[in-house]
Design a protein around this ligand. Structure first.
Ligand SMILES: Cc1cc2nc3c(=O)[nH]c(=O)nc-3n(C[C@H](O)[C@H](O)[C@H](O)COP(=O)(O)OP(=O)(O)OC[C@H]3O[C@@H](n4cnc5c(N)ncnc54)[C@H](O)[C@@H]3O)c2cc1C
Length: 230
């Protein structure tokens, strides 16, 4: 059963155009797996928000990092996000969870392809940070779509991690991920060999999943998470 943990805002960094990472002090007895998400409640909103004081967020930090739990978001102007962006460090936050089954395996007989659209990179950040810290060697290819370089969160950290582990391959795309881009980056191994992860806005997840199925990939080999709520 999931629990509520009481914590505080511990840090805040701009990680791309209009995109913020906010960290909370790691709550006592909290644990999660790379790829899981939490419900974040801001008990004292600075601005009113018709959708209330909580939202779901994937955890972006690694489970090995016991100092903080980080999340990331685009600033849409909602009262909730403006509050998270402006509340002073030390302000109270409640987190509930963890939830979700789209996690990184400890080992994998399949190479993985992780497909991210925009802020859908967050659960993969947790996975790839963990993967790098543990020096895992099963192959991971990350296909990461953004409108442009400026809006690609964590891009330089990802490039750095890819430079350090030859089994982690980063393929950024500025524009939409299409069939050609998928094939181009997976054909050497063979698309049928991979386990596929797709995370992002619902329309993007649906679109990519349908493309993968049309390309002949077994739907049971596709793990997906839709960021409903935008
Ligand atoms: C499993 C899961 C994991 C998720 N993980 C993440 C994550 O890691 N990062 C992430 O960012 N999201 C994530 N989400 C989505 C998240 O829970 C929110 O629903 C989403 O971020 C939108 O919240 P919001 O406060 O921006 O918009 P909402 O308040 O829900 O409003 C929707 C839209 O209305 C507009 N709007 C609302 N208020 C205003 C205002 N005052 N002024 C101007 N425009 C306004 C904005 O354009 C906004 O996009 C996840 C969702 C799920 C289901």
């Amino acid at each position: 059963m999931s629990k509520v943990y009481y914590t505080t805002i511990d840090g805040r960094t701009k990680i791309a155009e209009n995109t913020w990472e906010v960290s909370f002090k790691y709550p006592l007895n909290f644990s999660f797996q790379a790829g899981q998400y939490i419900q974040v409640e801001v008990p004292q909103l600075l601005y009113p928000d018709s959708k209330g004081s909580s939202r779901l967020f994937s955890i972006a930090s690694s489970p090995i990092d016991q100092k903080k739990v980080s999340i990331a978001f685009r600033d849409t102007g909602s009262g909730f996000k403006r509050s998270l962006k402006e509340l002073p460090l030390g302000s109270p936050i409640n987190i509930e969870g963890p939830h979700g089954f789209i996690t990184l395996p400890q080992n994998s007989i399949y190479p993985l392809v992780l497909i991210a659209g925009g802020i859908g990179i967050t659960p993969y950040m947790s996975m790839i940070r963990y993967y790098s810290e543990r020096s895992f060697t099963f192959p991971i290819t990350l296909l990461y779509a953004n409108r442009n370089k400026e809006s690609a969160a964590y891009l330089s950290e990802l490039q750095d991690l890819a430079n350090r582990n030859k089994n982690f391959i980063l393929k950024p795309k500025f524009g939409r991920i299409d069939e050609q881009f998928i094939l181009q980056n997976t054909k050497k191994t063979g698309i049928e060999k991979y386990l596929w992860y797709v995370v992002g806005p619902p329309l993007m997840v649906e679109d990519i999943k349908n493309r993968l199925i049309i390309m002949g990939i077994n739907p049971l080999r596709i793990l997906e998470e839709s960021y409903t709520g935008y």
